[in-house]
Design a protein around this ligand. Structure first.
Ligand code: SAM
Length: 345
């Protein structure tokens, strides 16, 4: 017999996995999960008293901020659905043993795995939970204990995932980490994957499978108008695609279509803002795009409303330049130079 809390979480998990895009049901499921977790753990999403930890590779957000991630409805739903699908795919290839997962940066509720442990028994799924923050990891321990999920969790690992060495003989089918913000700024997702992915076997699944960043010129007025509710469908706002500037795939970074360089066309009309759009491909066709979550919010980098001063811009992911990793951008050819160059040519 499982506890009432276990049953409640299991009900919420089924609801979240199956409610598709019904936001009312999604919210009901997440609210229920939050109620369960906060009945066990002292860490609340509105708790700003604990500190974040600044690491050489980025910041580990505070326990309260990490708890808050649960409340991003679509993020949590799409990740849980993607992870569930990945486990099923891995299980199809390994029918005789449980699927193993390393969850790097699990947060205070181990949000992206705890729900699945209520619907997949320990014989099917075994997980290790890792976090750099002691308060956070202690909370995750408490959640697992109170929900009677101890048989599904092998180790609680207090360490920096960006430097952690997986013990010899330990094999994970899936590596899971959501330690990122839009444009991969500030948090150490890249460093964590760069460290852990090479320690996995070639057929291991990495979640998210890929993060892609695209540059586009947008018309701010059309974008704003598009966000307002209307009963009749609106045409998509006009945009000018400049190309992919970064791809993070299985821990490898590449500079997109043209090594992170984009060319601003001569005629941009009213599309005067250059923004970067982050897409998180969680697993298979499950993905988060602009406006689905904070980690896929579009970010403005240039404003050409007064003067179209740039012709070529280079975006590079800067892991070492400052205290926190971020997308670095610079104009590598300004428009006036290009005009002179064109005249001379
Ligand atoms: C954005 S929160 C996500 C929490 C939870 N995984 C979720 O998706 O709801 C990131 C978590 O990763 C942890 N973290 C960040 N960098 C880390 C690192 N280098 N090593 C281990 N944990 C890290 C933080 O302490 C925090 O709990």
């Amino acid at each position: 017999m499982k506890s009432q809390l276990f049953d409640k979480l299991s009900t919420a998990t089924h609801l979240l996995l199956n409610c598709e895009n019904d936001f009312f049901e999604m919210k009901k499921a997440i609210d229920l999960m939050y109620e369960i977790y906060t009945s066990i753990s002292d860490i609340r999403a509105d708790d700003f008293t604990q500190e974040e930890i600044i690491l050489p590779t980025g910041k580990a957000i505070s326990p309260g901020a990490a708890a808050h991630c649960l409340l991003e409805l679509q993020r949590t739903a799409v990740f849980l659905r993607g992870i569930f699908k990945a486990i099923q795919d891995a299980a199809d290839k390994n029918k005789k043993r449980p699927i193993t997962i390393l969850y790097a940066g699990c947060g205070p509720y181990a949000t992206l795995l705890t729900p699945l442990l209520t619907i997949l028994p320990p014989e099917q799924l075994q997980v290790d939970l890792l976090d750099i923050n002691e308060i956070t990891l202690e909370s995750a321990k408490k959640i697992i204990a109170e929900l009677e999920l101890g048989d599904s969790v092998g180790n609680f690992i207090l360490t920096d995932a960006a430097t952690y060495t997986i013990p010899a003989g330990t094999k994970y089918d899936i590596l899971l980490s959501e330690t990122m913000q839009a444009c991969l700024d500030h948090e150490p997702q890249v460093a964590i994957l760069k460290n852990l992915v090479p320690q996995l076997s070639d057929d291991a699944i990495v979640i998210p499978e890929a993060v892609e960043i695209d540059a586009r010129l947008v018309d701010p007025r059309q974008e704003q108008k598009h966000l307002f509710y209307s009963q009749t469908p609106k045409p998509d706002p006009e945009r000018i695609a400049l190309g992919k500037v970064l791809i993070l795939h299985k821990g490898r970074l590449s500079g997109g279509d043209h090594d992170g360089e984009v060319t601003v066309p001569d005629k941009i009309g009213t599309c005067v803002e250059l923004k970067l759009f982050t897409t998180v491909r969680v697993f298979g066709d499950l993905q988060l795009i602009e406006n689905n979550s904070s980690i896929t919010m579009a970010k403005k980098y240039y404003d050409f409303s007064h003067h179209q001063y740039a012709r070529k811009i280079r975006f590079r992911y800067d892991q070492t330049g400052g205290p926190l990793p971020k997308m670095d951008c610079r104009v590598i050819e300004d428009n006036d130079t290009a005009a002179i160059f064109n005249l001379e040519a």
